[in-house]
Design a binder for this molecule. Structure first.
Ligand code: AMP
Length: 214
């Protein structure tokens, strides 16, 4: 089963992906995270990726889909995975359906725009283990120390600012929202109210996945 998470930036996809990945022992694949690592490594594609990402724009689908295909066919991902950040356009959704017919389930994170601003501007990440926190909604238990790995270095994403958020939100509405109807028509889309406590969202999603696994 390939579980795709669809939602605007800041809707909690990354946090839920981490929870689900542990609960169902499925790898968590985030295209944004893969791209950020490529940018940090200074690899040959780093400049190209960074020019799109720093501007809040989508990376061209040909590049993303070919890269993702290679990752999805790695032995550790063949039994299924949680895809966070892909597909983001209709052509990416069609590409995925062709690669894995009848194996894709879509979870749609439904949330109003005004809730997203605090979520995005408050977001910070543990530099050691990648755990995601939020200064307003999900702070570390002890200030300055990661709950999970006790790391003390945190970072903020370069694209987590209000102006860029509004731009990314518009791109989400124009490019990504159409894939919700695509998955609805296929009968494989489950919408969740994403403006709830993290643990409530996780329980709702888990119950849904357990039901379809039976
Ligand atoms: P994310 O971490 O999912 O918010 O992604 C960060 C950035 O990576 C996005 O703003 C895009 O520039 C790029 N990106 C990630 N996934 C995709 C995708 N499926 N298609 C195009 N660009 C992507």
């Amino acid at each position: 089963m390939i579980i795709v998470l669809i939602g605007p930036p800041g809707s909690g996809k990354g946090t839920q992906a981490q929870i689900l990945s542990k609960r169902f022992a499925l790898p968590h694949l985030s295209t944004g995270e893969i791209f950020r690592k490529i940018v940090d490594s200074g690899d040959k594609d780093a400049k190209l990726l960074s020019s799109y990402m720093s501007d809040g724009k989508l990376v061209p689908s040909d590049f993303v889909s070919e890269m993702l295909k290679r990752v999805l066919f790695l032995p550790e991902n063949l039994k299924g995975c949680i895809l966070d950040g892909y597909p983001r356009t209709l052509d990416q959704a069609v590409f995925l359906s062709k690669l894995f017919p009848q194996r894709v389930i879509a979870l749609h994170f439904d949330i109003q725009d005004d809730s997203l601003i605090k979520r995005i501007t408050g977001r910070f990440v543990c530099s050691s283990c990648g755990a995601i926190y939020n200064e307003y909604y999900l702070p570390t238990k002890e200030e300055g120390t990661c709950d999970k790995c006790l790391g003390r270095n945190f970072s903020r994403r370069a694209d987590d600012n209000k102006d860029l958020l509004l731009k990314r939100l518009q791109i989400y509405k124009d490019e990504t929202c159409p894939i919700i109807s695509y998955y609805r028509k296929l009968g494989v889309c489950f919408s969740i109210n994403a403006d709830q406590e993290t643990s409530d969202i996780a329980s709702t999603i888990s119950r849904f996945i357990e039901k379809i696994e039976r």
